[in-house]
Design a protein around this ligand. Structure first.
Ligand SMILES: Nc1nc2c(c(=O)[nH]1)N[C@H]1C(S)=C(S)[C@@H](COP(=O)(O)OP(=O)(O)OC[C@H]3O[C@@H](n4cnc5c(=O)[nH]c(N)nc54)[C@H](O)[C@@H]3O)O[C@H]1N2
Ligand SMILES: Nc1nc2c(c(=O)[nH]1)N[C@H]1C(S)=C(S)[C@@H](COP(=O)(O)OP(=O)(O)OC[C@H]3O[C@@H](n4cnc5c(=O)[nH]c(N)nc54)[C@H](O)[C@@H]3O)O[C@H]1N2
Ligand code: SF4
Ligand SMILES: [Mo]
Length: 763
């Protein structure tokens, strides 16, 4: 039997600390995954759910965007954190109208995100009426009428914000953007604004497309793989299998990270016999870089590569590629020659030997893949840093050939697909024109608001209705106090959600919760099973079929909710066939096929054995659709992050027991943190230098350039092998510290990985 939800919240005082691990997965991963699944779902549903996970006729893992293998699939084609994600969604615990009658919103606002999530699946539409203390049930039709009344009453469609989180499937995403644009706004911020926006911005200007150029099959063909700013052991666990596979084919793996993350150091594949008996080392080289030192690293490596080319002309720079396919090489080379390796050493904290050895690896490699995630994107100079990394690949001709290329490893399972389907505040004219042609509508052309701009607009009263298609806007975004005040200023907040979270209890004057089916749930329409489609990090698109009996008969699919909401808001006679789309997702896919580039024959192609791969001109034919028609070398002024005296640079990251703001449990077992989350990982010598002792409890105070300060209280100091002057703590507890205006140049992504803080003893 599954266990009931916890009645009491957890207590941080139970926190214990042990030594960090040097290896990921192995037997504990299997045991913990199964324990959590059975706790939430019971034995029978666990077997049903995990048996379908990532299988061709089952559902796509709702956790990360790592691709599935194209060949034979193993019986258990998932990882510990995939299983936890399924357990979290497919739980038998429920949040019913009785639950809301028992708990006032004020009561719920005092609870931790962990407690809220553990209560289970939302079961019925609920409304918080103006001035009310409790959410009460509301019918679907009345809920739609309420939203329609508010939206129609706005003085401009641009006073509404339509947020999307990256779990939403392609069909929903396509309809949701169509709804927003039919209504008259491009205000379509999404979680990607906080995630890989820097990657998209950088790659679009460098190679003409914002997506990665490698596929899973490139891994065994690579001889060198750099993994920078990423913790795959926790956040993309099956990437370790791909890295292991690559190593068996002779690849060398270099990890670039301030932290010695367990999964980067070693791995035991929990699905092979050898995984129980012995692990393998993943990273052959570990470059323990200082936070924000990556741009300096890539420039330093570029300089060393050019020097190697000078010593042996024609052996390092891929002259043919540079001449035939790139622009801006000479200026890039000029700039790099001026780079000072002493500054690179200071910025990165790496020795000259480490730099030279890494440059030698790059120079000798015949096929290099470069992987990265939030450790590069969530920085003030994230865009420039990714362009510098891309420069290195261009210099060596490492794009558009087997075993080589750029690999931004996406977060949410369908965040890439959502963007392909038009979830973006700045979709290009060609997409809007195709949409208008297909549906005889007139999409607005003015760019909409991204996530940070949306918060500013709500804060300033310029936006008054917020609709969230999934996600947890209040907790995921920066500057929590500012964001919460912004949401509270709205006239109406609407959350289309599976689980309770803080965005339901920090709300506008009126608030709605619209409960929806998740990826694992069976989605029947007039007795016919509906399927959705998703795109992974490597542009593979395939079907996903929910299989489990929903926990409540009142849940509606995301597609149905969007279509019904659109009908209520846009009125009968709107040119989009909303009801037909709701009743048959094949019709939606037919429209996608006509509007979205690369999706011709979509219905047939998503039904192929492995789905299909979207076109990627640099990968497919070394074609670069940039402003110059070539791949562009970028020239950047060097930026890095010196630590101000008496201060620390804080990065905010994920524990092994959470999915973004969804907290599965309280154990970050690879880092040795158990039973709590309010810790600051800090170098032992910094603890002493700042006048504290290991285990002390402190407040973290962030300092921003305009003189403002932000504080979070009661964090335990944990001596940890991070570089001097650098610290780490979990998100979202530390989001109050990130100033709203602290954003990446070019992508407007909140700088969650570099916040200047000082410590004060907790009173
Ligand atoms: N289980 C689980 N899976 C997930 C998620 C989850 O929360 N839980 N979230 C999903 C989402 S939306 C995303 S975006 C991805 C996130 O995947 P990751 O990017 O792996 O997530 P983070 O925990 O933010 O880890 C950032 C890593 O970058 C390193 N880092 C920080 N600053 C720097 C720096 O300046 N330079 C370098 N080189 N490294 C740095 C950190 O030490 C850490 O190892 O994971 C996805 N998958
Ligand atoms: N400080 C700091 N802040 C960060 C980051 C960081 O590293 N540091 N990372 C950023 C990143 S990379 C990201 S992607 C964002 C994440 O931001 P979001 O995507 O907004 O947040 P999540 O926590 O993934 O959203 C979880 C909620 O989604 C809802 N949900 C889950 N599944 C479904 C579904 O199938 N349908 C619907 N409709 N709802 C569903 C549930 O109600 C759940 O509570 O956070 C960002 N914020
Ligand atoms: S690697 Fe990611 S997508 Fe694959 S099973 Fe694990 S969590 Fe799910
Ligand atoms: Mo993300």
């Amino acid at each position: 039997m599954h266990r009931e939800a916890p009645a009491e919240d957890y207590d941080e005082s139970a926190l214990t600390v042990t030594a960090p691990k040097t290896e990921a997965a192995g037997l504990p991963a299997v045991t913990i995954a199964l324990e959590r699944a059975v706790e939430q779902m019971g034995v029978v549903r666990t077997a049903r759910a995990l048996g379908r996970l990532n299988h061709r006729h089952g559902f796509d893992c709702p956790s990360c965007a790592w691709p599935d293998p194209t060949g034979t699939r193993r019986p258990a084609e998932f990882c510990e954190n995939g299983a936890k994600a399924v357990a979290e969604e497919a739980t038998l615990r429920t949040v019913t109208p009785e639950f809301f009658a028992r708990h006032s919103v004020a009561d719920l606002a005092q609870r931790s995100g962990y407690w809220l999530g553990q209560q289970g699946r939302l079961t019925e539409p609920m409304v918080l009426r103006e001035g009310a203390t409790h959410y009460t049930p509301i019918s679907w039709d009345e809920a739609y009428r309420l939203v329609a009344g508010h939206l129609r009453g706005l003085s401009s469609p641009d006073e509404a914000v339509f947020y999307t989180s990256g779990r939403t499937a392609n069909e929903t995403a396509f309809l949701y953007q169509l709804f927003a644009r039919s209504f008259g706004t491009n205000n379509l911020p999404d979680c990607s604004n906080m995630c890989h926006e820097s990657s998209g911005t950088a790659l679009t200007s460098s190679i003409g497309i914002g997506k990665g150029s490698v596929t899973l099959d490139d891994f065994p063909a690579a001889d060198l793989i750099l993994v920078a700013g990423q913790n795959p052991g926790t956040n993309h666990p099956r990437m370790l299998t791909a890295l292991q596979h690559a190593k068996q084919h002779g690849a060398r793996v270099v990890a670039v990270n301030p932290l010695p993350e367990a999964g980067l150091l070693g791995f035991r594949d929990p699905q092979t016999v050898s995984g129980y008996t012995g692990g393998i080392r993943i990273a052959d080289d570990f470059l323990q870089i200082r936070i924000g030192g990556d741009m300096a690293l890539f420039q330093g490596l570029g300089k060393l590569l050019l020097e190697a080319e000078d010593r042996a002309p024609g052996t390092v720079v891929d002259r043919a590629f540079v001449e035939d396919h790139t622009a801006g090489f000479d200026e890039y080379a000029r700039q790099l020659r001026a780079v000072d390796l002493a500054v690179v050493g200071e910025a990165t904290g790496l020795t000259e030997r480490q730099l030279r050895d890494t440059a030698d690896l790059l120079a000798a490699s015949k096929a290099t893949i470069f992987c990265w995630a939030m450790g590069l994107t969530q920085h003030t100079h994230g865009v420039a840093t990714i362009r510098e990394a891309t420069n290195l690949l261009l210099l060596r001709g490492m794009i558009g050939k087997p075993g080589a290329g750029v690999c931004p490893v996406r977060g949410h399972s369908n965040v890439q697909g959502d963007r392909t389907m038009g979830i973006w505040e700045r979709m290009p004219e060609s997409f809007l024109a195709a949409l208008d042609r297909e549906f005889a509508i007139t999409s607005p052309r003015a760019h909409g608001l991204d996530t940070v701009e949306a918060i500013r607009a709500m804060r300033d009263g310029r936006a008054r209705v917020f609709v969230g298609m999934g996600g947890n806007f209040v907790s995921a975004t920066p500057d929590t106090a500012v964001t919460e005040a912004a949401l509270r200023r709205c006239a109406l907040t609407v959350q289309i959600s599976t689980k309770l979270n803080r965005s339901h209890v920090v709300h506008g004057r009126i608030a709605l919760i619209l409960p929806t089916l998740g990826r694992t749930d069976l989605d029947l329409r007039d007795g016919v099973k509906q399927q959705v489609s998703v795109e992974d990090s490597m542009s593979m698109v395939h079907l996903s079929t929910g299989r489990l009996t929903p926990v409540s008969e009142h849940l509606r699919s995301e597609v149905a909710i969007v279509c019904e909401l659109a009908e209520a808001v846009l009125g009968a006679g709107h040119p989009v066939p909303w009801a037909a789309f709701r009743d048959d997702y094949d019709r939606v896919r037919d429209a996608i096929a006509r509007v979205v580039p690369g999706c011709a024959d979509y219905n047939a192609k998503v039904r192929q054995r492995n789905g299909f791969q979207l076109p990627h001109p640099p990968r497919d034919s070394r074609e670069f659709r940039t402003d110059t028609g070539r791949a562009n070398f970028a020239v950047n002024h060097l930026h890095w992050l010196p630590v101000p005296p008496g201060r620390l640079i804080l990065q905010t990251l994920r524990s092994h027991d959470q999915y973004n703001t969804t907290i599965y449990g309280l154990d970050d077992r690879y880092r040795g943190v158990h039973g709590g989350r309010r810790v600051l990982l800090i170098h032992a010598e910094d603890i002493t230098a700042l006048g504290f002792t290991d285990g002390d409890t402190v407040d973290l105070v962030s300092e921003w350039t305009d003189g403002t300060e932000r504080r979070v209280e009661g964090f335990r100091l944990v001596a940890y092998p991070t570089p001097r002057g650098n610290a780490a703590a979990y998100y979202p507890e530390t989001n109050p510290l990130v100033p709203l205006d602290h954003v990446a140049a070019g992508s407007n992504t909140p700088v969650s990985k570099a916040v200047t803080i000082r410590l004060e003893r907790t009173a």
